[in-house]
Design a protein around this ligand. Structure first.
Ligand code: 9N3
Length: 630
C-alpha cells in the first residue's frame, strides 16, 4: 500500500534549466476530499516545480494530472482538530488533504513550505541539498495509501473534523452559489466570474485548480463546466437578485451557514461531554477493576484457607517432618490446646464432690515407731494392703535387677546438687519449688532432662511416694492422662503401667509403657533421713497395646523424697507441723516423634511446675488431719 516516488538529486531526467541542478520530485499518497458521493479518496500527490499536482494513482500518472495548484501564493493550513488533515488554498481553490498520521501530515507541510521557499525566494542550491529534503524523500516512502474507510468513525474528534470539512465545503458552495447568483443579478459576465478557475477534470468538487495558463474550460454552451457539485450540467439559469422562484438565496445561505455552525458547536459540545463521561467511566472501570482484583485475591486466600482448614486434622496438618504447619502455628495450637484442657479441668473441678477422706489411721504411733524398718501405708491410704518395703530382697520379680539399678543411679546422681553446673538452668521458681532443665537434643528431638526440687510442709516422703505410685489415685491428680491401665502387677510395690496422654493437638498423641516401682532406701548414716522414691521407667511388655495410634514416649522419672522432722515443742507429740518433705523430682522424657523443640520446651516449662504444685497440694490435702505415715 505504501508508495513513494522521488527523483533523487543527481537524476539526469529532470534538470533545472536555470541552476542546472536536478529537480527534486516528491510524491506520496494522500487522501483527498472529492465530493459527497466519493468522500475521501487516495490520490498520488506530487510536489514538483513549485506545483502540487495529483493523480488518481501512481500508475495512472501517464494519463495526466487531475489537478494542480501553484504553490507561490498557496496557503497551507493544518487542521485545528484533525491532526492528519491539512488544507491548501490558492485564492478560492482549496484542496482538503489528509495524511496517514500526524507525523506524515507534518512532513508534507514542511516539505511543501520548504519547496515553496526554495523555488520562490530562497537560495535554491542550499535548500535543495537541505537535509530535510533528503529526509523527506525517505519519509515519503512512509506515505501510505489510506483508504476512506480507515477514517470512518475512529473517534468522535475525527467525526467532528469531518463535519467541519462538510461545513467548509458547504460554505464554499454557498459562497460560489451566492457569487453565481450575485453575478447573475448584477449582469456580470461569466468570464469575469470564472477568471481564475480551471476545470478540475476528475470527480472532485474542490478545488477548482489554477491552470498554468489561467484558462477555464468551457462546454459547448459556453458555460463553465465546473460547478462544484460534481455534475457537469448547467447549474441554474441566470436569475433575479431575489432568487429563482422568489427564493431569498442569500438569506437561505446565511441561515444555512448559521445552522451548520450551530451543528458543529453542538457536536463539539457533545464531544466534550462524551469525553468527560468517558473519563469518568474510565475511572469507574479502573476502580471496579481494582475492586475486582482485591476480591479475587481475597477469594483466593479464603479458598486456600478453606483448603487448609478442610485438611485440619488430616495428616498434613499435624505433627510430622513434613507438616504444613510452621513452628509458630504449631506452638500457638499447642498452647491453645493446653489452655482448653486447663479450662475443662477447672470446670470439672468445680462440679466435683470433695474428695472422699478415708478413715483416720488405726495406729499412728506404731507407724512412727516402725518407720525405720518396715512401713506400710495406713488403711486410709488406698485400697492396697500394707506393704513391707524394707529392702529389695522382699520384692523379687523379673525386673528387680533393673529396678535396683535405676534406684541406685537415682540415689547416686539425681540427688546430687547441681549448684554450679552451668548446664542446669532454672526455668521456674515458685516458693520452695525450683524447676531446672538441661537442654539436650538428639536427632532434633528434645530430651531436656528436668530436675525440680520442692519442700512440702506437713507430709512425709512415704506419703508423697505412695500417692505418686498408687494407680488407684492417679486420676485424682494426673491431668495429662487420657487413659491408663496396669498391664502387670509385678509385686506389691511394682507395676507395669500403660498410659495414653491426652493429645495436645496438633502434636501426635503419646503413650508410655513403664514400670513404676516404689522403694524405701534406708539411710546409711543414722543422722541422715531415709529416702522414699518412686521410679517410673520405660520397659517393653508383651501385653502392651501396639503403638498404632500413638507415638511412644520413653520416660525415666523419679520422685525422690526425704522427710525432715523438727522436734515438737515440750512434750507435745509430733504433728504435721513438724514434718517437711524434701522432694527431688527428675524426669527424662523422650517424647519421640517430630514435635518442634520450641513446642516441647514450652510444654515442659508449663506442665512440670503445674504438675508438681497440683500433686503436692493433693498430697497435703489428702493427708491433712490424718495420722502421719512415716
Ligand atoms: C512430656 C509425657 C509427655 C511429654 C511426659 C510422662 C511425662 C512429659 C511426667 C510421665 O512423672 S510421670 O511419670 C507421671 C506419670 O504420668 C510423667 C511427664 C514433656 C513434653 C513435658 C516432656 C508426652 C505427652 C505429650 C506432651 C506434649 N505429647 C506431646 C506434647
Amino acid at each position: 500500500m505504501s508508495e513513494k516516488s522521488s527523483n533523487s538529486s543527481g537524476s539526469d531526467e529532470d534538470v533545472d534549466p536555470e541552476s542546472g541542478q536536478p529537480v527534486i520530485e516528491l510524491g506520496g499518497v494522500l487522501s483527498k476530499w472529492t465530493n459527497y458521493i466519493h468522500g475521501w479518496q487516495d490520490r498520488w500527490v506530487v510536489l514538483k516545480n513549485n506545483t502540487l499536482s495529483y493523480y488518481k494513482s501512481e500508475d495512472e500518472r501517464e494519463y495526466g494530472c487531475r489537478g494542480a495548484l501553484c504553490l507561490s501564493k498557496a496557503m497551507i493550513s493544518p487542521h485545528e482538530f484533525d491532526e492528519c488533515r491539512f488544507d491548501i488554498s490558492v485564492n478560492d481553490s482549496v484542496w482538503y488533504l489528509r495524511a496517514e498520521d500526524p507525523a506524515h501530515r507534518n512532513q508534507w507541510i514542511d516539505s511543501i513550505e520548504l519547496h515553496k521557499a526554495e523555488s520562490g525566494y530562497g537560495s535554491e542550491t542550499s535548500l535543495r541539498r537541505h537535509g530535510s529534503m533528503q529526509s523527506l524523500t525517505s519519509a515519503a516512502s512512509g506515505f501510505s495509501a489510506t483508504s476512506t474507510s480507515s477514517f470512518k468513525g475512529h473517534s468522535l474528534k475525527e467525526k467532528l473534523a469531518e463535519m467541519e470539512t462538510f461545513r467548509d465545503i458547504l460554505c464554499r458552495q454557498v459562497d460560489t452559489l451566492q457569487k453565481y447568483f450575485d453575478s447573475c443579478a448584477d449582469g456580470v459576465s461569466k468570464d469575469e466570474f470564472q477568471r481564475d478557475r480551471v476545470v478540475d477534470e476528475d470527480e472532485d468538487d474542490f478545488p477548482s485548480t489554477t491552470r498554468p495558463n489561467g484558462d477555464c474550460l468551457h462546454n459547448n454552451n459556453g458555460d463553465c463546466l465546473h460547478n462544484n457539485n460534481g455534475s457537469k450540467e448547467k447549474l441554474f439559469p441566470p436569475a433575479s437578485p431575489k432568487g429563482i422562484n422568489g427564493i431569498d438565496f442569500k438569506g437561505e445561505a446565511i441561515t444555512f451557514k448559521a445552522t451548520t455552525a450551530g451543528i458543529l458547536s453542538t457536536l463539539s459540545h457533545c464531544i466534550e461531554l462524551m469525553m468527560k463521561r468517558e473519563d469518568s467511566w474510565q475511572k469507574r472501570i479502573d476502580k471496579e477493576l481494582e475492586k475486582r482484583r482485591r476480591v479475587e485475591d481475597a477469594y483466593k486466600n479464603a479458598m486456600s484457607d478453606l483448603k487448609i482448614k478442610s485438611h485440619y486434622g488430616g495428616p498434613d496438618y499435624e505433627e510430622g517432618p513434613n507438616s504444613l504447619i510452621n513452628e509458630d502455628e504449631f506452638f500457638d495450637a499447642v498452647e491453645a490446646a493446653l489452655d482448653r484442657q486447663d479450662k475443662i479441668e477447672e470446670e470439672s473441678e468445680k462440679v466435683r464432690l470433695p474428695r472422699l477422706t478415708p478413715a483416720p489411721p488405726v495406729d499412728a504411733y506404731s507407724a512412727i515407731a516402725n518407720h525405720r524398718f518396715s512401713t506400710g501405708p495406713h488403711s486410709h491410704c488406698s485400697s492396697l494392703s500394707s506393704v513391707e518395703l524394707v529392702s529389695a530382697s522382699d520384692d523379687v520379680h523379673r525386673f528387680s535387677t533393673q529396678v535396683e539399678e535405676m534406684v541406685q543411679n537415682h540415689m547416686t546422681y539425681s540427688l546430687q546438687d547441681m549448684g554450679g553446673d552451668a548446664n542446669w538452668q532454672l526455668v521456674v521458681e515458685e516458693g520452695e519449688m525450683k524447676v531446672y532443665r538441661r537442654e539436650v537434643e538428639e536427632n532434633g528431638i528434645v530430651l531436656d532432662p528436668l530436675k525440680a526440687t520442692h519442700a512440702v510442709k506437713g507430709v512425709t516422703g512415704h506419703e508423697v511416694c505412695h500417692y505418686f505410685w498408687d494407680t488407684a489415685v492417679r486420676n485424682d491428680w494426673e491431668t495429662t492422662i487420657e487413659n491408663f491401665n496396669v498391664v502387670e502387677t509385678l509385686s506389691e510395690n511394682a507395676v507395669i503401667v500403660y498410659q495414653t496422654h491426652k493429645r495436645v493437638w496438633p502434636a501426635s498423641q503419646r503413650d508410655v509403657l513403664y514400670l513404676s516401682a516404689m522403694r524405701k532406701i534406708l539411710a546409711t548414716n543414722e543422722n541422715d533421713p531415709d529416702t522414699w522414691l518412686v521410679c517410673n521407667f520405660s520397659v517393653d511388655h508383651d501385653n502392651a497395646p501396639p503403638t498404632n495410634r500413638c507415638v511412644r514416649a520413653k520416660i525415666n522419672v523419679a520422685m525422690i523424697c526425704q522427710t525432715l522432722v523438727s522436734p515438737p515443742e515440750g512434750d507435745k507429740e509430733i504433728s504435721r507441723d513438724n514434718v517437711l518433705c524434701k522432694i527431688t523430682y527428675v524426669a527424662n522424657v523422650n517424647p519421640g516423634g517430630w514435635a518442634p523443640a520450641s513446642v516441647l520446651r514450652a510444654v515442659a516449662k508449663r506442665e512440670y511446675p503445674k504438675f508438681l504444685k497440683r500433686f503436692t497440694s493433693y498430697v497435703q490435702e489428702k493427708t491433712a488431719g490424718k495420722p502421719i505415715l512415716f
